[in-house]
Design a protein around this ligand. Structure first.
Ligand SMILES: [Mg+2]
Length: 408
């Protein structure tokens, strides 16, 4: 059973005409509203939520390769899209379909309320990766709907643009060097291999270029401390994922012993996942992934938390253009930002057509149009998704030379 948040008494008290009258706008105000909407049933016209007639009608998960694209449709003819990644796609599609029963026939613009509805629907799944990644996809679709309904880019709904363009990597001026799994206590050769790649990148880009290093949680702490002292002269922007999440004490130890800014956050979910890094002063840069951390709604909150600690965001992003565009909207609206990860996935880009543009200088323009500002070609999506040769594969495990399972 669903309870209305408004009583009958509220309905009388906040009657729209009553409200307009109390503002002395009974005639002029109605005319003003009708200037951009017509008819009592038009969802755009309703200034108070309970008058809105827009309702969620369906959710369709489209499995494509290793991810799921969700389309949420409404009775107003407006639909939104979101991306779910990092979950076995058949599981994500099933979970998103089951989640639909929780938001069916609800007003899609009550995004915070619906986020909480999904998040608190099963106490034993709360905060888990499968749940949060699926919520993220649905959350993106709801923001897309709200922006289309109110005819504005999502970043305007998030407070408006704080910047005119978004710095991204990789670019001609910004590169990230990565490491795969390293055994405990690396030999000089192992460390030297990583050091030389960082040095080569610095030499190639010069002092105006940006070099980053991603340890992928795959370099054991002792080895990482040795490595960090060697690459410190190369002045890298940050050292990413210094350890596997789980024990804040590990990050505090690394922070004390490493003289390079530390960045992490791609594998942490929601405000509750990232808060210990901030309160324990364990990091310098936060890297939430819009698709992993709970969507636009959570990423915006995480940015605010980080702001309070003077920690900028360098959003992690291995999503295709859809999830990436959602992340760009948050990035466009926050005050403390460093650089955004952004890759062209040419295969998935065949059916995703964003409105932002990438410049040679290593920036993207802000998304244009209403909602997320990205068009999904459903016919092409179906074509790409129907590749009979594709099989989902687990990303790990990876193994050390002695046969033991490596961290990654
Ligand atoms: Mg990374």
């Amino acid at each position: 059973m669903r309870c209305s948040p408004y009583s009958d008494a509220d309905a009388t008290r906040f009657d729209r005409r009553h409200l307009m009258g109390s503002l002395g706008l009974a005639t002029a105000g109605v005319g003003l509203l009708r200037g951009f909407a017509s008819g009592e049933d038009d969802p755009v016209e309703a200034p108070i939520d309970r008058h809105s007639t827009i309702r969620i009608r369906s959710l369709q998960p489209h499995i494509c390769r290793d991810r799921v694209y969700v389309k949420v449709e409404t009775n107003a003819g407006i639909f939104g899209w979101g991306e779910i990644k990092g979950v076995v796609p058949s599981v994500a599609a099933t979970l998103a379909t089951e989640m639909f029963s929780l938001i069916d026939n609800q007003n899609p613009t009550r995004i915070e309320h619906l986020w909480q509805t999904l998040y608190r629907a099963e106490r034993n799944q709360r905060g888990g990766a499968f749940m949060v990644h699926c919520i993220a996809g649905i959350d993106m679709a709801l923001w897309d709907i709200a922006g289309k309904l109110w005819k504005t880019p999502v970043y305007r709904l998030l407070g408006g643009p704080t910047r005119e363009r978004i710095r991204v990597y990789p670019s001609a001026k910004a590169v990230k060097i990565g490491s795969g799994p390293r055994p405990q206590s690396g030999d000089p050769f192992d460390i030297e291999e990583m050091v030389s790649r960082v040095r080569a990148a610095r030499q190639r880009l010069g002092p105006r270029g940006t070099v980053m290093f991603d340890a992928h949680s795959a370099v054991p702490p002792a080895t990482l401390i040795q490595l960090a002292s060697r690459i410190e002269p190369s002045n890298i922007l940050f050292l990413e994922e210094p350890a596997v999440p789980g024990n804040i004490e590990v990050f505090k130890r690394l922070k004390q012993q490493i003289g390079i800014p530390l960045a992490l956050g791609e594998r942490d979910r929601t405000i509750w996942g990232v808060i210990p890094y901030l309160t324990e002063n364990a990091i310098d840069i936060l890297q939430p992934d819009c698709g992993y951390t709970g969507g636009i709604t959570q990423m915006k909150k995480i940015a605010t938390l980080a702001e309070a600690f003077h920690v900028p965001l360098a959003p992690h992003c291995t999503q295709s253009y859809l999830g990436m565009t959602a992340s760009f909207h948050v990035t466009a609206s926050i005050p403390l930002f460093l650089i955004h990860e952004s890759y062209d996935n040419k295969l998935l880009g065949r059916f995703l057509h964003p409105t932002w543009k990438r410049s040679d200088e290593g920036y993207v323009s802000l998304p244009e149009g209403h909602g997320l500002g990205i068009e999904v070609d459903e016919a092409m999506l179906a074509t790409v998704a129907s590749d009979p040769a594709y099989r989902y594969r687990w990303r790990g495990p990876q193994f050390y030379p002695d046969g033991s399972v490596a961290d990654y």
